[in-house]
Design a protein around this ligand. Structure first.
Ligand code: CMP
Length: 134
């Protein structure tokens, strides 16, 4: 997902282009503004964190570009996570999306599922009834 900061900064094309140049394929995508319920469900695993409220406000402040990305093998989530870079921007290596374009961890441009199970859960949340989760 290109988060609100990525859409606001006009980086969606750059991010999609990197995904496509890698050899991955978009199978669904939508620009939409998440409501609080969707943002809270998306970040449910962080509900107890002190920054949860900030995270939900950030995700709902303007549209995100939600995507389902497919690759030739069953490691697509891992490939995308590597391209995205470390969550903490100080640790995000040059060449990664966050390493090249993000300066603060709260506005780190992209969210990427960290496992098959979270990918399935997140695809069902953002694209309900579409049978895209594989
Ligand atoms: P994301 O990969 O979307 O998953 C959880 C998000 O929480 C993460 O990206 C960061 O944007 C955010 N995050 C992580 N650590 C902190 C923190 N210490 N303060 C605020 N936000 C954080």
């Amino acid at each position: 997902m290109c988060k609100p900061d990525a859409v606001e900064r006009g980086l969606v094309g750059e991010i999609v282009s990197r995904i496509e140049r890698k050899g991955l394929r978009l199978v669904a995508a939508e620009l939409r503004t998440a409501d609080t319920a969707l943002a809270e469900a998306h970040y449910a695993e962080h509900a107890e964190r002190p920054f949860f409220g900030e995270l939900v406000s950030f995700l709902t402040r303007s549209p995100v570009f939600a995507m389902v990305v497919e690759g030739p093998a069953d490691n697509t989530f891992s490939l995308v996570r590597t391209m995205v870079g470390a969550t903490k921007v100080d640790d995000a290596a040059p060449g990664t999306i966050r390493g090249d374009f993000a300066t603060i961890t709260t506005e780190n441009l992209v969210h990427a599922s960290d496992a098959h199970e979270s990918a399935r859960r997140e695809i069902d949340l953002w694209f309900p009834g579409r049978d895209l989760a594989g």
